[in-house]
Design a protein around this ligand. Structure first.
Ligand code: FMN
Length: 219
């Protein structure tokens, strides 16, 4: 795929899904357009020790996961992938401030291969479901829906209220793929990374991105 993919990181638990997804996309695609919400920044810091400066963002920082060089860290097995992604990040990822409505992704005339909101908070899910467009993430999602382009939402919440369930249905009815961060265990998962990769593999499948993250059922 030669068109860029838009990735938005919001403030639901599961920042590791975003980092793992971006580590794949950056090595497969020439262009990734990224935007991170304030709460997304807080979750990256609290869950992975990844400190980003949203106003002066350096994409390679995303892959500098605190402690992943030490044996026993849950992401130690993908240390090399993260290093490769870090080297490519500044040239392949273009980042936009989440309030910047002048960014290319805010317009339908900017062509993309699709958008992923990963993880997707209940707040962002609600904004997408109601076309609120109060920040760049909501606006870009709205654009993807109105243009009939792939929009993949990766919510993480449990249990779910009827409001959240209705918001998911509204988004799905409008054409989004609702892909909850809900890993399966049938592929022989034994590690934290296996569970992360299960979800990231399903996102890549939706985007048509080749990967070998998991063994497929029937293989
Ligand atoms: C550490 C942390 C974890 C959170 N986890 C979740 C979560 O799993 N799911 C969720 O919907 N919101 C979660 N929230 C709440 C959202 O971040 C909050 O609703 C925020 O307003 C969402 O804004 P955003 O969608 O612009 O990122 C969490 C917040 C923090 C600080």
């Amino acid at each position: 795929m030669s068109l860029p993919v838009v990735v938005a990181v919001t403030g639901a638990s599961g920042a590791v899904y975003a980092v793992r997804l971006l580590s794949i996309l950056v090595r497969r695609l020439p262009g990734v357009h990224l935007t991170i919400s304030e709460s997304g920044k807080a979750v990256l810091a609290s869950e992975l020790g990844v400190e980003v400066d949203l106003a002066a963002f350096e994409p390679r920082v995303l892959f500098q996961v605190n402690g992943c060089r030490s044996e026993g860290h849950p992401l130690a097995a993908i240390r090399q992938d993260l290093e490769e992604a870090s080297e490519l990040a500044n040239s392949r990822i273009r980042s936009y401030y989440h309030k910047d409505f002048m960014a290319p992704m805010a317009s339908g005339s900017f062509l993309t291969g699709g958008m992923v909101i990963c993880p997707c908070s209940g707040g962002t899910l609600s904004a997408v479901a109601h076309a609120a467009s109060t920040n760049l993430i909501h606006r870009a999602a709205d654009v993807h829906l109105k243009e009939g382009r792939p929009l993949i939402l990766v919510p993480r919440e449990t249990p779910l209220s009827t409001i959240q369930l209705e918001n998911m249905k509204r988004c799905a009815d409008a054409g989004a793929v609702v892909l909850p961060a809900m890993p399966g265990f049938y592929h022989g998962a034994t590690t934290f990374l296996d569970l992360v990769d299960f979800v990231v593999a399903r996102i890549c499948d939706q985007l048509g991105i080749e990967h070998s993250l998991i063994r497929r059922w029937g293989d």
